[in-house]
Design a protein. Structure first.
Length: 230
């Protein structure tokens, strides 16, 4: 289920958008204050999409958009009563992916949301292999092969689940809290150091230079981001 973060101070509009997105099957977290949103940046950048009003109390949506972009590539859809060409350009220039002037049609909003969200992998189309650099991960056998198709090592079930999670969130900064919630669940109680140890193992296995990673990036004070040109 995709997670959407909605930052909108008009309560009636926020409730309407949230209800319609939830009817589409999305999980929605809302904030109605600019300062409150800035204080919860880790949660915001853990979403798969941010819907962001421009005119917010204390901290504007444009300031929030700029702050998000310093940490994450999560798609951002700006909503604003300011719909001039200059306003749209300003929003897009600081990192928004789309800009929808108010008032808008809810069906159009839903379509834009659908277009901005990354595709979900269904059970039927579940990924069987993942290529990271010159290594190939076989999810079915929990095995990792080199470019000569020689078996290098076998992975644990948790390592496979973590790699699948990173793949489905490629290019997105994910917090340690979200990783623990999605991969370990609420019935287990590992620490964030557990994740760090997994990442160290992945770097030793997949990175050419573990100290200068190409794939598994640490985002200070937030979490991790997986990038894979393959």
């Amino acid at each position: 289920m995709h997670h959407i973060c909605l930052i909108e101070d008009e309560q009636s509009l926020s409730n309407l958008i949230k209800m319609n997105l939830e009817l589409e099957g999305y999980r929605v977290t809302t904030f109605n204050h600019g300062k409150k949103a800035m204080e919860n940046m880790k949660e915001i950048i853990s979403a798969q999409l941010v819907i962001l009003d421009v005119m917010l109390p204390e901290v504007s949506g444009l300031e929030i958009c700029s702050a998000i972009r310093k940490l994450s590539a999560v798609p951002i859809l700006i909503l604003s009563a300011k719909g001039t060409t200059e306003d749209r350009i300003a929003g897009l220039r600081i990192g928004a992916n789309d800009y929808l002037p108010k008032p808008f049609d809810l069906e159009e909003l839903i379509l834009r949301v659908h277009n901005l969200l990354p595709p979900e992998i269904s059970d039927e189309a579940e990924l069987k292999y993942l290529k990271i650099g010159d290594k190939l991960v076989d999810f079915a056998s929990y095995s990792v092969y080199d470019k000569g198709e020689q078996l290098l090592t076998s992975l644990s079930k948790k390592e496979i689940e973590l790699l699948k999670f990173f793949h489905s969130n490629e290019g997105i900064v994910v917090s340690r809290e979200e990783i623990l919630d999605k991969v370990w669940g609420t019935d287990q109680f590992p620490t964030s150091r557990t994740i760090d140890n997994f990442i160290l193992s992945f770097r030793k296995l997949f990175e050419r230079d573990p100290k200068n990673p190409e794939y598994f990036h640490s985002i200070r004070g937030v979490g991790y981001k997986f990038t894979n040109p393959n």
